[in-house]
Design a protein around this ligand. Structure first.
Ligand code: GPP
Ligand code: MG
Length: 285
């Protein structure tokens, strides 16, 4: 059997090529203008209570005030994820799986002074993220690579923690968690923040299906996360339902100048009970 060399051929399917193509071209102001606030470019949503008074900011400052507030809520989400990575020392190595433009890796490095390897199948994201690490002068510790999260090519047992911040909906979880069981040290930590569909509702609602079509992804049911963790030596230590906490972000985003057209689908899916925004942290045993 031939082994795929991830570093040379990260894309394993036509589907992955279409996803890489989306992210290579993506330039949504909702991501770039928020990142411009302080240089932490995120590709996830926000949590926490919103300061609605920003909507009453007099022109010409209103737009920037709303952007600053949306960015604050996204940064709060990144901080919550970092809170669940466990006790990380500067000697530890972490992996940011589906790293986007690299904001989450830089957050973790700022907090723990550790080594972080971010991976993405988008060339433009990897190049952008490496540029940010260089600008901050942390490119000796934070590196971004064009690699496939299902077959990273990294050494077994080399990571103390791995996370996915809203990127698991692009892959089969049985393959993903098998790779993480291999990459994580025993006692290491896996954390994901994800949108999943609610098994109690049934199958994906129309709004969940709209989200899938918008991002070319395949949102998994909540049950699949726990089943595949159990199958792959990942034992949940903490589960937080962030659904209520993310609604203010979407309400504010829907009233901003940066709408992408997917805001109503998220609000409908969260409010009709078909969709949940979850943090799951698990120990590798
Ligand atoms: C992108 O964030 C996130 C996803 C593609 C995953 C879908 C997430 C779910 C919770 C289902 P982004 O910041 O790039 O998206 P946007 O451009 O809409 O802000
Ligand atoms: Mg965004």
């Amino acid at each position: 059997m031939t082994t795929l060399q991830s570093t040379e051929a990260p894309l394993v399917s036509a589907y992955q090529e279409s996803v890489a193509d989306y992210w290579n071209k993506e330039k949504n102001p909702v991501n770039l203008r928020l990142g411009d606030v302080d240089g932490f470019y995120h590709h996830h949503y926000g949590i926490g209570t919103a300061d609605w008074s920003v909507l009453d900011t007099p022109e010409p400052d209103r737009d920037q005030a709303v952007i600053n507030e949306l960015h604050r809520l996204e940064c709060a989400q990144a901080d919550l994820l970092a809170d669940h990575l466990g006790a990380i020392t500067p000697q530890d190595r972490l992996m940011d799986s589906g790293c986007g433009r690299g904001g989450g890796s830089l957050v973790a490095n700022r907090r723990f002074d550790c080594q972080v390897d971010g991976i993405s199948i988008s060339k433009t994201q990897v190049a952008f993220a490496n540029e940010q690490a260089k600008k901050r002068g942390v490119d000796d510790k934070v590196r971004f690579h064009l690699r496939n999260m299902l077959d990273t090519g990294f050494e077994s047992g080399s990571f103390q923690a791995i996370w996915n911040n809203e990127s698991t909906m692009y892959v089969d979880l049985s393959l993903l968690f098998a790779e993480y069981a291999r990459l994580l040290k025993r006692g290491g930590r896996y954390v994901t923040i994800t949108g999943c569909y609610n098994d109690t509702y049934g199958l994906p609602s129309r709004a969940v299906s709209e989200i899938n079509a918008h991002y070319i992804c395949d949102i998994h049911p909540r049950s699949t996360y726990f089943r595949e963790m159990a199958n792959n030596r990942l034992v949940p230590t903490c589960v937080v339902d962030l659904t209520e906490a993310t609604i203010p972000y979407w309400e504010l985003r829907a009233k901003s100048s940066l709408v992408t057209g997917i805001e109503d689908a998220f609000l409908t899916a969260y409010k009709n009970g078909s969709f949940q925004y979850l943090l799951i942290a698990a120990d590798r045993v």
